[in-house]
Design a protein around this ligand. Structure first.
Ligand code: NAP
Length: 282
């Protein structure tokens, strides 16, 4: 941590836009990383009303912002304000990271899937190639995970969602590999991923039956607050390996950090800053 760090006229500004945004942990993670590497950057958060995401990106371009993170509900809306999309963002139709290229060009990317795969491989030692995977949920996070698992060579990806049509739509992102299915199919999966909000804020419902979990499986809950989610707890009780969503959060932020600054992200600093901030919220 640099004691001499201060914001000056030369400081490059990056930010997250979303609604609501006051709970975002991104400023804590990125500012810790900027300070650790002594970079003249600062990261802040902007509350942007639903439907105003594209307008906010146009404003950010004129203000000279050096990079943006994008969260709910703007991930699809900002696409029309961008000059180019990465192939992943194009496939998903959703952007979580905007990178400035030169003076005015804004390029949209999506680092959620890459962050998820890094968390699997680097933090959990799990290689998805050839594995059978069940993803519960069909929203933005689930779609990024489905595409990432397909690209990583999973043998099958089953998408289980409350609204079946949305599960089918998410599965269609990985044709011939993914299909819609039911949460009970967790019992035959090597990897089980919760990409719904179930387990957040006192919700004790489980996205899959506890009886379908057991030894030999990895269970990843994309929820990271509380740290010990009901699903993680149930999985461990049944002998499965389990992790919450903090790993994905840190690794997707690390990919964004690298895209913006060109520097290697200080993962341990980012993780420690996130953990310290989350501990204050309990
Ligand atoms: P989203 O686009 O709003 O999608 C939410 C999904 O959850 C939908 O498929 C929805 O089903 C389902 N769902 C919502 N409430 C449910 C309930 N009570 N019971 C069963 N299913 C329910 O949200 P998202 O952006 O994909 O985020 C999903 C979760 O992942 C959130 O908890 C979010 O915090 C987490 N997340 C974590 C990270 C990370 O880095 N760790 C990154 C992104 C998201 P319907 O289609 O039927 O509405």
């Amino acid at each position: 941590m640099q004691s001499s760090w201060q914001v000056a006229g030369s400081t490059r500004v990056a930010a997250v836009i979303g609604h609501p945004i006051h709970h975002s942990i991104s400023p804590v993670i990125h500012n810790a990383a900027f300070r650790a590497l002594d970079l003249d950057w600062v990261f802040t958060a902007f509350e942007v009303a639903p439907g105003r995401g594209a307008a906010a990106v146009d404003g950010a371009r004129d203000l000279g912002l050096a990079g943006l993170s994008v969260t709910m509900p703007h991930k699809a809306d900002v696409v029309r304000a961008l000059d180019r999309l990465s192939p992943t963002a194009e496939t998903l139709g959703a952007v979580n990271t905007i990178v400035r290229n030169g003076t005015r060009e804004f390029v949209g990317d999506n680092t959620d899937g890459a962050g998820f795969l890094d968390a699997l491989r680097k933090d959990e030692g799990f290689e998805p190639a050839g594995r059978r995977c069940l993803v519960v949920g069909a929203g933005g996070a689930a779609r990024a995970v489905v595409v990432a698992l397909a690209e990583a060579g999973a043998s099958e990806v089953i998408v289980a969602n409350r609204t079946v049509e949305r599960a089918e739509e998410a599965a269609s992102l990985a044709p011939n590999l993914a299909r819609s299915g039911s949460p009970e199919e967790a019992d035959a999966a090597d990897l089980v991923v919760n990409a719904t909000p179930q387990g957040m804020a006192g919700d004790r419902t489980l996205p899959v039956p506890a009886s379908s979990l057991g030894p030999g499986q990895l269970v990843v809950d994309l929820v990271y607050h509380p740290a010990l989610t009901p699903l993680v707890e149930a999985a461990r009780e049944r002998g499965a390996a389990a992790a919450n969503g903090l790993g994905m959060l840190i690794h997707q932020a690390a990919h964004a950090f690298r895209l913006w600054t060109g520097e290697d992200p200080p993962l341990e600093v980012m993780s420690a800053a996130a953990l310290a901030d989350l501990a204050l919220r309990d």
